[in-house]
Design a protein around this ligand. Structure first.
Ligand SMILES: [Zn+2]
Ligand SMILES: [Zn+2]
Length: 269
């Protein structure tokens, strides 16, 4: 329930991801690219119903200087105001990438902006693509090194994004009839008060409890929150590229069913 394609920062085309899902005999997959649903039609066309393609999204919100990702499931990808907002986020990403490249040039680390765009392959351009361009240009020893030295949040080449609050991300997903789930809460140090005091009142529908970056203790806390507030439990491997252990982390077997029940309940007057 958490897979990326070349429409954002994944390395498989949507059609290739569908083939891989079939090899693993998955009945359903959710494609959750960053800020775009562009990969979903190709996946649906390839799949023709097997596996079922759940139209999803992963929005990057921010709170207190920390990235807070919110997943949307079963969204109406034809919703025009929703798509207009996504387009605005993507333009913001492009402007930001351009400013990071400018800053690197000032630091004596030139990379070609066109090369960065090429590495993004038409998807949502981001710091990982800039890191790869730095690596290619021989300025760093690895992608990790690029982040550790220049691109980390607050680093010498860091440029902040226009901010989306987690509450606004939830509202945006709801506006397109989707279900909003907090992604990998284990990466958010203040996840507990954030969920309880702000995201539940904002209408959060679920928690991505099964995720490789959620330690066991965090999972237990999340289970308790999910029980207390009747939240959906989802999970996924956050697959980006071949070699990532696809399917190693899976949601509870009934989670798609429960998710669809929730969508149906909300659609009732
Ligand atoms: Zn994420
Ligand atoms: Zn992701």
């Amino acid at each position: 329930m958490h897979l990326h394609t070349t429409a954002s920062d994944g390395q498989l085309r949507p059609s290739e991801l569908v083939q891989l899902a079939r090899q693993h005999a998955f009945n359903a997959i959710a494609i959750t690219d960053h800020d775009t649903t562009a990969g979903i039609p190709e996946a649906q066309q390839t799949a023709q119903g097997w596996p079922v393609i759940v139209p999803g999204i992963e929005l990057s919100a921010e709170d207190d200087g920390v990235d807070v990702h919110v997943l949307g499931y079963d969204i109406d990808i034809e919703n025009a105001p929703f798509q207009a907002e996504l387009a605005r986020f993507r333009e913001d990403r492009l402007g930001r990438a351009r400013r990071i490249v400018d800053r690197l040039a000032q630091l004596g680390l030139p990379v070609a902006y066109e090369r960065v765009l090429h590495l993004a392959d038409g998807g949502s351009v981001g710091r990982p693509h800039i890191a790869r361009a730095l690596l290619e240009a021989g300025h760093v020893e690895s992608v990790r090194d690029a982040f550790d030295r220049y691109l980390y949040t607050g680093g010498p080449a860091y440029v902040a994004r226009a901010r989306l609050t987690p509450e606004a991300a939830i509202a945006l997903i709801h506006s397109a009839a989707g279900v909003a789930v907090l992604a990998h809460p284990g990466l958010v140090p203040h996840y507990f008060p954030l969920i309880e005091e702000r995201l539940i009142p904002a209408g959060l529908d679920g928690l991505e409890i099964m995720h490789p970056k959620n330690p066991e203790a965090v999972r237990q806390n999340l289970q308790a929150l999910a029980r207390r507030y009747d939240l959906l439990i989802t999970g996924g491997s956050d697959f980006h590229r071949p070699g990532d252990p696809i399917g190693a982390v899976q949601p509870p077997a009934d989670s798609l069913h429960l998710l669809r029940q929730r969508v149906a309940r909300r659609a009732q007057p």
